[in-house]
Design a protein around this ligand. Structure first.
Ligand SMILES: NC(=O)c1ccc[n+]([C@@H]2O[C@H](COP(=O)([O-])OP(=O)(O)OC[C@H]3O[C@@H](n4cnc5c(N)ncnc54)[C@H](OP(=O)(O)O)[C@@H]3O)[C@@H](O)[C@H]2O)c1
Length: 246
């Protein structure tokens, strides 16, 4: 019987993960593994799924269950504890262990991109699920950050405040963790004063489809270096594979 891996979430038809792992199994001649999609209407269906599919060795977790799934696990690895969300589960000797590979994917891709350059301050656009992994990675890299949100709060400034009171030159790293600009709504981007960006900026978009988002295009027009979320996506998937097979 093949080892089974898969993705749990809700509305999975456009999943990147299944194609990624199917291609990987073919490319690397891994013939004893299969990757399936397990759509759950409610996270309470997870125990039943695990009973029905005892050959599952690992799962990825996506929206909307990255936090809800935590109560079904026996242990959390440091990455999942830090981020407060799980996107990978390993089944080991009857134990269910949760990890967060978005954290690893983002941190590794950023470290490679900046190549040891000392970055002191960053802006994180958006305060949703993905921003939590980004926040932890920046913290661990010693980069100070400000969160930017549609609504100002104790933890975030609004886009209007950012324009009025902050100098973008003080924030050489800007990370878009909002879904703005993602296909098919490619005509939108976060509300920034793009004309104030310069060649000293690094603008990282977690969105990976399209290859160049409007955020990246507008930043590049000012001379900024830009990067999309594709490498992070691949790194987080590879990290899941490594965790399942270590
Ligand atoms: N490359 C990768 O490996 C990777 C991994 C994870 C996620 N992602 C991508 O990252 C993006 C965010 O994912 P997520 O799970 O964090 O999504 P999310 O929780 O739905 O949204 C993130 C945040 O974006 C802001 N936002 C949402 N709609 C907005 C709008 N219309 N205008 C301005 N801000 C808006 C919100 O923050 P405020 O309410 O504070 O404004 C929201 O909390 C998605 O495109 C996802 O595909 C990529």
């Amino acid at each position: 019987m093949k080892d089974l891996y898969g993705l749990i979430g809700y509305r999975l038809s456009h999943s990147f993960s299944r194609k990624y792992f199917s291609d990987k199994f073919q490319r690397e001649h891994i013939s004893n593994a299969e990757y399936g999609l397990f759509e759950l209407e409610d996270i309470q269906e997870l125990p039943e799924l695990l009973e029905e599919q005892p050959e599952i060795r690992g799962l990825n977790v996506t929206i909307p269950y990255k936090q809800q799934v935590m109560r079904y696990l026996d242990e959390l690895d440091g990455s999942a504890k830090k981020v407060g969300a799980v996107n990978t589960i390993k089944f080991l000797k009857g134990k269910r262990i949760g990890y967060n590979t978005d954290y690893y994917g983002f941190k590794e891709s950023l470290e490679k991109w900046v190549e040891g350059a000392k970055i002191e301050k960053a802006l994180i656009l958006g305060t949703g699920g993905a921003s939590r992994a980004v926040k932890c990675a920046l913290y661990d890299m010693g980069i100070e950050y400000i969160m930017v949100s549609r609504e100002a709060s104790e933890h975030a400034v609004s886009y209007a405040e950012l324009k009025e009171k902050y100098d973008l030159q003080d924030y050489p790293l800007i990370i878009n963790t909002t879904p703005l600009g993602m296909s098919p709504h490619t005509e939108v981007c976060p509300d920034l004063s793009y004309e104030k960006l310069s060649a000293s900026h690094l603008c990282y978009d977690l969105v990976y489809n399209p290859e160049e988002t409007l955020f990246m295009k507008k930043a590049a027009e000012q001379g900024a270096a830009v990067k999309n979320g594709m490498e992070m996506l691949h790194l987080q998937a590879e990290k899941s594979w490594e965790i399942w097979n270590q």
